[in-house]
Design a binder for this molecule. Structure first.
Ligand code: FEO
Length: 173
């Protein structure tokens, strides 16, 4: 059973995940615009992952008999200086999401809501992976100086990313 405070905070997290999806969709669009199809693919896969993050909370609230309340999604950034700029902004945003997840866990513990605490552990693990991916790509972008053949090779690498639905992902692990 979810209390009102927990429901409100989880609804706010749905909004943050939806904003994340929207932000990465904007980055995908920008990548296509500047001719980097691999980057565009990577961000579109990330968009799909964020939709899963939002929908898992949506289903959890519904399943617990709470009321899902959707909120306005803020307009994302639409202009970026470079691929590195996009990934640095991605990392900053993911750190913000990690902090938000940690605060939700703190709340679940304070409210003695063990079910939600267990539910949120999936997000704690997911955030480690998200920040790790961003750090890795930022390091590679810095290595190639963010331009030339190195950038095109990285674009090819990012073109290989495939969206894996969560159930299939858990079976693989
Ligand atoms: Fe849903 Fe990228 O955190």
């Amino acid at each position: 059973m979810l209390n009102d405070k927990m429901i409100e905070s989880l609804n706010t997290q749905i909004n943050k995940e939806m904003y994340s999806a929207y932000l990465y969709m904007a980055m995908s669009a920008y990548s296509t615009y500047i001719g980097l199809k691999g980057f565009a693919n990577w961000f579109m896969v990330q968009y799909q992952e964020e939709m899963v993050h939002a929908m898992k909370i949506y289903d959890y609230i519904n399943g617990q008999g709470g009321q899902v309340k959707l909120m306005v999604i803020e307009q994302p950034l639409t202009e970026f200086e470079s691929p590195l700029d996009m990934f640095e902004k991605t990392l900053v945003h993911e750190k913000f999401i990690t902090k938000s997840i940690n605060e939700l866990v703190d709340l679940a513990i304070a409210e003695k809501d063990h079910a939600t605490n267990i539910f949120l552990q999936w997000y704690v693990t997911e955030q480690i992976e998200e920040e790790g991916n961003d750090n890795e790509i930022i390091a590679k972008l810095k290595l190639v100086g963010g331009e030339g053949n190195g950038l095109l090779m990285l674009d090819k690498e990012l073109a290989m990313r495939v969206f894996t639905p969560p159930a299939a992902k858990e079976v693989q692990a």
